[in-house]
Design a protein around this ligand. Sequence first.
Ligand SMILES: Cc1cc2nc3c(=O)[nH]c(=O)nc-3n(C[C@H](O)[C@H](O)[C@H](O)COP(=O)(O)OP(=O)(O)OC[C@H]3O[C@@H](n4cnc5c(N)ncnc54)[C@H](O)[C@@H]3O)c2cc1C
Length: 110
Amino acid sequence: MSPVGGVGINLAIQDAVATANLLAQPLRGGRVAEADLAKVQTRRAWPTEMTQRVQLMVQNHVIKRVLDSTVQLTPPSALRLLARFPVLRRIPARMIGLGVRPEHVQTPVY
Ligand SMILES: Cc1cc2nc3c(=O)[nH]c(=O)nc-3n(C[C@H](O)[C@H](O)[C@H](O)COP(=O)(O)OP(=O)(O)OC[C@H]3O[C@@H](n4cnc5c(N)ncnc54)[C@H](O)[C@@H]3O)c2cc1C
């Protein structure tokens, strides 16, 4: 996982919640099959790949540009938009905080 955005822990928590939701019942029954584990992978692979794509985009189009530059740069248009319309900052904040596929605890209290 790239350190861009500092989202590793957020993703790990979302993975943990999804895993608990999918495996609580099989674990209580004392039988976890490979098919149960595959369900976790299927659910969490897409948000992980999407997050990594965004990280790569930021790395290549923002961080690399800044590090390679010897002159003063203007921020990318997306960042200028966020600076101009503060309400739009909720979108990246939500994406970083909750992820592209938010997870909610659905396991019953035993
Ligand atoms: C130097 C560094 C700095 C970071 N800084 C940040 C940051 O500032 N913000 C942020 O959000 N993220 C950060 N991260 C990323 C974040 O730490 C990870 O993305 C996150 O911890 C992943 O959590 P996880 O539960 O998926 O895996 P892990 O935290 O790796 O947990 C996996 C656990 O499984 C155990 N394990 C592995 N194999 C077995 C086995 N066969 N049997 C039993 N146990 C096993 C391991 O010992 C480990 O305890 C950083 C990572 C590094 C390395």
